[in-house]
Design a protein around this ligand. Structure first.
Ligand code: IMP
Length: 423
């Protein structure tokens, strides 16, 4: 597949990192095209676990180059830290990494504002990652953003940064929050600038040349479709569009050049942060799934909320992205449950209602319509062939495929690269 995309079809944390890493084995380029270091992915190579927030997941493969294209917002400190880790692992970044000058920056005042707004919201807080995502994207939209492009001319950057920081400091003052220290932040940024600039290059030409030459491009979606800025139960969203269309705006690849859309569906639901979650579970069952699945945020370490698989939401994700294939992840975590439930639709005041028809108020009141399944007790993490899975487990997978009307590419039953069941 010359241009393939991988998208999380739920609320993020579907296990995309492993799948991107796997598909990247055959890719010439892996592209991150939206979001910032609010995303987090884990890649297990051998016995080592790697956590990344910005660098695309496929970077460990010999042939694969990593592109951070214009739609991504960059916290240079986080990026430099990840680059250091990779170099320590022996990866030659010079030949592998390319960063768009159009990427907007997440600056210290963005993080301070994110935190100040969250604290001020009190019990109505959104549960953001406090990484400065919303404030950085809102500066981009209001023409107040600073980009990687701006750090090239350092004297010009000093002027622009100082102008913005002074205004932001006034706002921070109204929240009663400590202002950012302009001089010391500039000193830090100057160091980061020299670390990053050697990798800065127009990514549009690289991506489109590659597409024209039919090289294999893999677009790594961040977060999840239910967090999309337009299609989430706003304001419980992230600051970027997570739907497939943002590949065009965030990387410059014409969308009709995309040849395959792979959707990642975790076998159950999880979410970090606030907002409605129709199939949410509480108590011992939720705790057990959370512990077994290691369901704690890669970015913030927060315990994730847990729920039954919500196929009403996933069906919406399949439709809006025209998903061609699905990978089901973390099915092994459900072993040992006597009964499983899957949400096949919602009702509100006794009437059927679709995910797309709900704002956050409706979504927090809908009643999920459940279908029950018998569970399985066996540990399935060593199974590699579909026919070797317990019948109940096959039944669960077959139902998902039939309900969504999308082919299942494979099922992941463990964190390791090879822990997959082919169908
Ligand atoms: P922000 O993106 O930090 O502004 O946070 C907005 C919402 O999106 C919060 O509920 C976060 O927990 C959630 N969020 C952002 N990125 C991810 C992700 O990669 N996985 C899961 N949740 C995320």
């Amino acid at each position: 597949m010359p241009a393939e995309s991988v998208l999380g079809l739920q609320w993020g944390d579907e296990g995309k990192g492993k799948i991107v890493d796997l598909l990247a084995q055959k890719a010439d380029y892996v592209v991150r095209y939206h979001g910032g270091n609010n995303a987090g992915h884990t890649v297990v190579v051998g016995t080592k676990k790697h956590f990344f927030h910005l660098i695309p997941s496929g970077i460990f493969h010999k042939r694969t180059k990593a592109i951070i294209s214009n739609g991504v917002i960059l916290d240079l400190e986080v990026l430099a830290r990840e680059m250091d880790i990779l170099e320590k692992e022996g990866i030659n970044l010079k030949s592998k990494l390319c960063i768009s000058p159009r990427c907007h920056l997440i600056l210290p005042y963005h993080k301070a504002l994110d935190e100040a707004f969250e604290n001020a919201r009190g019990k109505n807080k959104l549960g953001t990652t406090k990484r400065g995502i919303g404030p950085s994207y809102s500066d981009k939209v209001s023409y107040n953003g600073l980009r990687v492009y701006d750090i090239i001319d350092w004297n010009d950057f000093i002027q622009k940064f100082t102008f913005q920081a002074k205004i932001k400091n006034k706002i921070l003052k109204t929240f009663g929050v400590k202002p950012v220290n302009i001089n010391s932040e500039l000193a830090k940024l100057k160091k980061l600038r020299s670390r990053i600039l050697p990798y800065v290059k127009d990514t549009f030409e690289v991506i489109n040349d590659a597409a024209q030459k039919r090289k294999k491009l893999l677009f790594e979606g961040a977060h999840g479709i239910m967090l999309d800025l337009d299609w989430s139960p706003y304001p419980f969203a992230t600051g970027s569009n997570t739907v497939v269309g943002s590949i065009n705006t965030g990387s410059g690849l014409p969308i009709n050049r995309l040849t395959n859309v792979v959707g990642i569906v975790k076998a159950f639901t999880s979410r970090v942060g606030g907002g409605p979650l129709p199939t949410e579970l509480f108590g011992r069952l939720a705790d057990a799934v959370r512990e077994r699945g290691g369901e704690y945020g890669t970015t913030t370490g927060r315990p994730r909320r847990i729920g039954w698989l919500d196929l009403e939401a996933v069906r919406f994700s399949c439709r809006i992205n025209n998903v061609n294939e699905i990978v089901i992840t973390k099915l092994d975590i459900l072993s040992g449950l006597l009964e499983l439930k899957v949400c096949t639709g919602y009702t509100l005041n006794g009437k059927k209602i679709r995910y797309s028809e709900c704002g956050y108020k409706e979504l927090s009141k809908v009643k999920p319509v459940y279908r029950s399944f018998a569970g399985w007790l066996e540990d399935i993490s060593a199974v590699r062939r579909f026919k070797d899975l317990p019948a109940e487990c096959r039944n669960y997978i077959n139902f998902i495929a039939k309900f969504l009307g999308v082919k299942i590419k494979f099922v992941s039953v463990g964190a390791e690269r090879n822990a997959n069941v082919k169908l």
